[in-house]
Design a protein around this ligand. Structure first.
Ligand SMILES: Nc1ncnc2c1ncn2[C@@H]1O[C@H](COP(=O)(O)OP(=O)(O)OP(=O)(O)O)[C@@H](O)[C@H]1O
Length: 315
């Protein structure tokens, strides 16, 4: 078996004496999408910056295709999806991609128009990056990363802020890179994105690895099997969610914080429980917009794993 494209072994990083990465070890393989997940402040960015050679670890080793991060060999092999700041704002979409293609000695005349089509950017080929929408810029950044054909590509929330069509287009491109043999390392807070893309997920919390596995393994091992997920036209307040749970003998797992969030209840989804939920909603003038039962999602597994970590619990 070929050795992994990225090997992180016993990484330690402290800022002003405060440890933020604490003995982290993980790998990412060629031809695989590896997602690194974790709450804000878990140490994901710090870890990735060490792997990119932008930050020196205090302890531990990192090998990028066998090379030290930041070395010429590692730099030649690594691609990073630049966020807004890295793109030349005054140049047109086509110019940016053409310049990069030429720098890499590629056939810009053929490849750039094809890439613009693929990224759904043909209509804004002549528009300056400054005038593009956030989602369009995101796609230019991904196109730029693709042109460099890296062996190891770091992506930070590649579909953040994109509409659903563009998000799916970006996911297809990321999968195509993976299928071409690139080792893709993805950090994201969008669990749906990790579930759709990742072959392997590493969950971090407080600078440590909590668990690793495929999305399916994590769901099977860590998501609650008896789950009822419901969405309402307006998010339910905490007390209302507790009242509903009490009415049907369930436990509140997650309360919605944002308009599109789901309320997750722990309960065997027996017919009388579902009937109880709908009649509670009718009695309280609450409009149900979605009701799902059964096996959990990666989001359920993640929320349970990171909640356990926060309270120091065991799995
Ligand atoms: N340059 C720095 N100086 C001091 N502390 C820092 C610095 N960079 C990051 N930190 C701290 O290190 C911890 C880990 O930060 P990091 O950005 O790696 O987390 P993260 O998992 O990427 O979080 P997020 O999901 O919010 O991006 C945080 O507590 C952060 O405040």
């Amino acid at each position: 078996m070929p050795s992994p494209a990225l090997v992180i072994d016993d990484l330690h990083v402290a800022y002003a004496g405060r440890g933020v990465v604490d003995g982290l070890s993980l790998t990412a393989g060629a031809g695989r999408i590896t997602a690194v997940l974790g709450p804000n402040g878990a140490g994901k960015t710090t870890t990735i910056e060490c792997a990119e050679g932008l930050r020196r670890p205090d302890r531990g080793t990192i090998a990028v295709l066998g090379h030290r991060p930041g070395s010429d060999e590692a730099r030649a092999a690594v691609g990073v999806m630049l966020q807004d700041g890295g793109l030349p704002m005054g140049r047109s979409t086509r110019d940016v991609l053409t310049l990069l293609a030429r720098l890499r000695g590629r056939d810009a005349g053929t490849e750039v128009p094809a890439l613009l089509e693929r990224l759904d950017l043909a209509d804004v080929a002549r528009t300056s990056v400054r005038r593009l929408s956030g989602g369009q810029r995101q796609r230019v950044a991904l196109g730029a990363a693709m042109l460099s054909e890296p062996a190891l590509l770091f992506l930070d929330e590649p579909s953040a802020g994109l509409d659903p069509h563009s998000r799916r287009a970006v996911w297809d491109l990321v999968r195509a890179l993976r299928d071409g043999g690139t080792a893709v390392v993805l950090t994201t807070h969008l669990l749906e994105e990790a579930e759709a893309l990742a072959d392997v997920v590493h969950v971090m919390a407080r600078g440590r690895l909590v668990v690793s596995g495929s999305p399916r393994e994590l769901v099977e091992r860590h998501a609650a099997p008896d789950t009822v997920r419901l969405r309402t036209a307006a998010p339910l307040a905490h007390e209302a969610a507790e009242d509903l749970a009490l009415a049907v003998g369930a436990r509140v797992e997650t309360v919605p914080a944002m308009p599109d969030d789901v309320l997750v209840l722990r309960r065997d989804p027996a017919p009388e429980v579902l009937a109880g939920i709908t009649s509670w909603c009718a009695d309280h003038d609450v409009r149900l917009t979605a009701l799902e039962v059964g096996g959990g999602t990666l989001e359920d597994a993640y929320l349970r794993l990171t909640a356990l970590e926060a309270t120091g619990g065991t799995r």
